[in-house]
Design a binder for this molecule. Structure first.
Ligand SMILES: N[C@@H](CCC(=O)N[C@@H](CS)C(=O)NCC(=O)O)C(=O)O
Length: 197
């Protein structure tokens, strides 16, 4: 069995779980619930981040993009396109990973005591989220029903915004994305991995 250091609310872990389901490898992965504040996590990932995937030979892969491509490659490359669409798909994943990084940094900042919080820092990160959503809104009419690592990461990112920043109501200003999200959200791999506390 491979071992996945995971948390139920992490969108990066969810990318790995969705990839595992889409490629039929869920049963080969043991999930090890992990608190990122635990210093012992550093043995597996010196960055103290999840996901980290321990392979059967004891080696460890870190970073969701690397782990997802590894899992996908074991099954012949279903989600990481090899044709000309590869770069747009990887770039879309990178944009959504960046939006998630910014949203997660906002959340860490909002958890600090109020007197220590920086409005400038929050605004700077929120701008990245908003600019990213605006770029995706323009592209969304071309998404169609294509399923690859790019489109799955868009859906996971939007679900994370619903989960942590529902009050900011991204749907109101991004109708194309909202329409597209409604259709892809019915996919079993996404439905069965919704974040929960
Ligand atoms: N680029 C990394 C980001 C992973 C990440 O930021 N994970 C968060 C949980 S959602 C984490 O472990 N945060 C703990 C920390 O930053 O100390 C990936 O794609 O796996």
């Amino acid at each position: 069995m491979m071992k996945l250091r995971y948390g139920s609310t992490s969108p990066f872990v969810r990318k790995v779980l969705v990839t595992a389901i889409e490629t039929g490898q869920e049963a080969e992965i043991e999930k090890v619930k992990t608190n990122t504040a635990d210093p012992a996590l550093a043995q597996h990932n010196p960055l103290n981040k999840i996901p980290a995937l321990t392979l059967e030979d004891g080696s460890v892969l870190i970073d969701s993009a690397v782990i997802c491509e590894f899992l996908d490659s074991r099954k012949g490359g279903k989600l990481f396109p090899k044709d000309a669409s590869r770069w747009a798909s990887l770039s879309r994943m990178a944009l959504c990973d960046g939006i998630l990084d910014a949203a997660i940094l906002r959340r860490y900042e909002l958890q600090r005591p109020e007197a220590l919080r920086s409005i400038e820092w929050d605004t700077r990160q929120k701008t990245k989220v908003d600019q990213g959503l605006d770029a995706l809104e323009k592209e969304a009419p071309g998404f169609g029903d294509r399923i690859d690592i790019g489109s799955l990461t868009v859906a996971i990112m939007l679900d994370y915004l619903d989960f942590r920043f529902a009050h900011e109501a991204w749907r109101e200003t991004h109708p194309n994305l909202a329409r597209w999200h409604k259709a892809i959200a019915a996919r079993p791999s996404l439905k069965s991995t919704m974040p929960f506390e």
